[in-house]
Design a protein around this ligand. Structure first.
Ligand code: SAM
Length: 204
């Protein structure tokens, strides 16, 4: 399966960057190929139009999420990172109209952004994996995630993250899929409009 990013494949997009080999995946700390495909598929199934991502970086996950928005008929990916991400990939792929890059600490940016959005369809968390940081990102995004909306978290088998993820499993459908040691993706769906209990130590 090959998702076209604009009219280009991921290999073509990689080869346009002279700092990268023409390798099959964007290198570094980007999400894995299968994770990118899962994100794209979930966002398409969910017809997501408003997506929040923390951890822009190489934009590999952002490419899949923005492409899903385009294929869904339009919308906006708000992708947040404390540093400037490689958003040229999104521009090269013809996805400029489908994303906004917001730079700063994700908790601070989300604090400012959330009051401006009516509803979110999809959340992907892949920034700072410290448990309290992820809990803060959840505290800010969950109330705006629509019923039926999708929550995804990368690196759920990172030992910092598992206690929080196990506590999520006790509250709503949340599946943890392993792929590599300490990595994996968590996939959940908000099925009712109830607050999230983020007192994870008590819930274990
Ligand atoms: C694992 S990388 C994200 C990879 C990206 N999803 C991809 O597929 O290319 C993690 C990113 O989170 C960012 N980050 C770390 N702590 C952060 C924070 N407190 N706020 C915002 N971004 C943060 C880092 O700068 C880094 O770019």
């Amino acid at each position: 399966m090959q998702i076209p990013f604009g009219n280009k494949s991921i290999e073509e997009l990689n080869s346009e960057n002279e700092n990268l080999d023409n390798c099959h995946i964007v290198r570094g700390s980007s999400v894995e190929i299968e994770t990118g495909l899962i994100l794209y598929g979930l966002a398409r199934m969910n017809n997501s139009r408003v997506i929040i991502e923390t951890g822009t970086s190489h934009c590999y996950s952002a490419l899949h999420l923005a492409q899903a928005i385009k294929d869904n008929g339009g919308g906006m990916l708000y992708t947040i990172d404390k540093e400037q991400g490689e958003t040229f990939r999104l521009d090269n792929a013809g996805l400029s109209n489908c994303y906004q890059s917001l730079i700063g600490d994700s908790v601070q940016v989300l604090s400012d952004l959330m009051p401006t959005l009516a509803e979110i369809d999809f959340v992907f968390l892949d920034a700072n994996h410290a448990i309290n940081h992820v809990a803060d990102e959840l505290r800010l995004t969950w109330p705006k995630l629509k019923v039926g909306g999708i929550l995804t978290i990368h690196d759920v088998f990172n030992e910092n993250m598992t206690p929080l993820c196990y506590s999520l499993q006790k509250q709503f459908p949340f599946m943890m899929m392993p792929n590599r040691p300490s990595v994996g993706i968590g996939i959940g769906q908000k099925i009712e409009d109830v607050p999230l209990d983020l007192n994870w130590e008590r819930l274990l």
